[in-house]
Design a protein around this ligand. Structure first.
Ligand code: G1P
Length: 290
């Protein structure tokens, strides 16, 4: 398999879980510490050698593309003020990746969003990263998948173990462990009932797939929630050509879930020397600890 250079990041969702914060601001632009959620995701991709980011977007999301472009007026102001560190920080964001945007004109699910990127991806294997899932680890989450995809020459899906009561929120993988944390996938099912779930291995929004997935997506009928499900297309592809799953090592936050979003902010704040100690003091006061 060729190295992965392109990622599809679907960003056309309404962010209803995060209202009212997301009434006028895309959920991808909410900050986790000092960067928007989407920048954390793009940095994970960049750290895995991905150079081209395809945002599947809608008419209200152009601020995301703009964020990864130069803001010449602001750069000029910072330069004239001699604020070079800030200047370089915002210039780096614009230089990090090539941005390509494609519109998802109807909200027909994750599988449909990925299909919108078909013409741009072409024939090479590619990554998909769901922007709500923030993953922090030494080896970037998507790289953990790409390494196995290259070694096994197969599509790979990222998973994490979740409690039994949460399986119905995720795509669930039925697999046989072939090496620690690496599974040969037997099947996949989108949002099963607890009693029907084949395991507790939940898909966490990281995928490395061959371009064959597009043919399967074209043929996929609406599934759970009346949406075209990526999981259903993968299940069909898996029957024909096999697929692997990798248990992603690292910390995952669901940015659309308030407790996890807030935890992610604290997690990052604690890693920054300039805010760490004050943050600890404040938290101790809130929690009435000594
Ligand atoms: C999507 C996928 C699901 C996956 C999840 C991970 O669901 O359909 O298989 O487990 O992302 O975040 P959504 O959260 O969009 O309902």
């Amino acid at each position: 398999m060729k190295p992965i250079r392109k990622v599809v990041i679907p960003v056309a969702g309404w962010g209803t879980r995060s209202l009212p914060a997301t009434k006028n601001v895309p959920k991808e632009m909410l900050p986790v510490f000092n960067k928007p959620v989407i920048q954390h995701v793009v940095e994970e991709a960049r750290a895995a050698g991905i150079t081209d980011v395809v945002f599947v977007t809608n008419r209200d999301k152009s601020v995301i593309e703009d964020y990864f472009d130069h803001n010449l007026q602001l750069e000029g102001i910072l330069e004239r003020a001699g604020k070079y560190e800030l200047l370089h920080t915002i210039q780096r964001v614009a230089e990090e990746v090539n941005v390509i945007a494609v519109r998802q004109k109807e909200q027909k699910g994750l599988g449909h969003a990925v299909l919108c990127a078909r013409q741009i991806i072409g024939d090479d294997p590619f990554a998909i990263m769901v922007g709500d899932d923030l993953i922090f680890s030494g080896v970037p989450g998507i790289r953990q998948l790409a390494d196995v995809a290259l070694a096994e020459n197969k599509s790979v899906v990222g998973v994490m173990e979740v409690p039994e009561e949460n399986v119905s929120r995720y795509g669930i993988v039925d697999g046989e462990e072939t090496a620690p944390g690496v599974y040969k996938v037997r099947g996949l099912v989108e949002k099963p009932k607890k009693e029907d779930a084949p395991s507790r291995l939940a898909i966490v929004g990281r995928y490395v797939l061959t371009a064959d997935i597009f043919d399967y997506l074209e043929k996929t009928a609406p599934g759970v929630g009346g949406e075209i499900q990526l999981t259903d297309a993968m299940a069909a592809m898996c029957q024909d050509q096999g697929m692997m799953a990798v248990k992603i090592a690292g910390k995952r936050f669901d940015a659309g879930n308030w407790p996890e979003f807030l935890s992610a902010n604290i997690y990052f704040g604690l890693q920054d020397e300039s805010v760490r100690y004050q943050l600890i003091d404040e938290l101790k006061q809130f929690l009435q600890l000594n």
